[in-house]
Design a protein around this ligand. Structure first.
Ligand SMILES: C[S@@+](CC[C@H](N)C(=O)[O-])C[C@H]1O[C@@H](n2cnc3c(N)ncnc32)[C@H](O)[C@@H]1O
Length: 221
């Protein structure tokens, strides 16, 4: 019997799937499109799905139940067995992601913000120039990203149960506010939720096209 079926009432990625489903196909689609090597997931709880597709993922959450799950390395390995590369690395920080995180600036290829946040304000500094932000709109990150000139939309994520796919066509039809007056970053932050868009998606993938950061990287060569 694997550890997955011997954990009693402990919250694990497998038990959490009864709430959120299995998002592995979302991260497989992102891997197939852009091959990110590293990801930072702020407000991850126990959602281990990125590790099925991305070689090195750092998870951050302040919830002790998440810490208990990730601290059990054998259990994490058991739930990923046969579903990730053998060399996949998972790290967990039990921290408030608005605090000073012990991570190198600009060191991640992908920043993940799903049903938490907004995390973009705290997490943008850790994203590499040209990196990707995966964000949904529940806590406002997709709305803030849509208004941030450092980001450009790469794809909308469509979901059908556990099946996810990227829509990279007609991107200018997404992220159009139903009420343009609501498209105000201060308002979105104070309300802690996204604004309504005329066309919806599960989430969005943005590219960090910060020209100043690119200049620094190119200048280092
Ligand atoms: C609604 S859950 C979403 C979990 C997961 N991202 C998902 O999509 O299922 C939000 C998570 O964000 C975490 N969270 C919220 N604010 C946080 C903060 N400032 N620092 C660290 N974790 C935070 C909570 O502990 C919780 O686990």
């Amino acid at each position: 019997m694997g550890r997955s079926s011997r954990v009693g009432t402990q919250t694990t990625w497998v038990t959490y799937q009864s709430v959120i489903g299995d998002r592995s196909s979302l991260f497989a689609a992102i891997r197939d499109a852009w091959s990110p090597s590293t990801a930072l997931y702020l407000g991850s709880y126990v959602d281990l799905s990125p590790s099925t597709a991305i070689p090195a993922v750092t998870y951050v959450d302040s919830d002790r139940r998440a810490a208990r799950f990730f601290d059990d390395r054998e259990l994490v390995a058991d739930q990923l067995r046969g579903r990730s590369d053998p060399g996949a690395v998972t790290e967990f920080l039990c921290m408030d992601y608005t605090a000073e995180l012990p991570l190198a600036p600009g060191s991640f290829d992908l920043l993940i913000s799903l049903y938490a946040g907004p995390v973009w304000d705290s997490g943008s500094r850790f994203l590499a120039p040209g990196g990707l932000l995966l964000a949904n709109n529940s806590h406002g990150d997709a709305s803030l990203a849509a208004l941030d000139p450092r980001l450009s939309l790469e794809a909308a994520v469509k979901a059908d149960g556990d099946r996810y796919r990227l829509d990279r066509a007609e991107l200018d039809t997404y992220l159009i506010p139903k009420s343009p007056l609501h498209a105000d970053p201060d308002r979105i932050r104070s309300q802690g939720r996204g604004i309504g868009f005329t066309k919806t998606a599960f989430a969005y993938v943005f590219r960090y096209v910060d020209s100043e950061a690119w200049t620094v990287v190119i200048g280092d060569d």
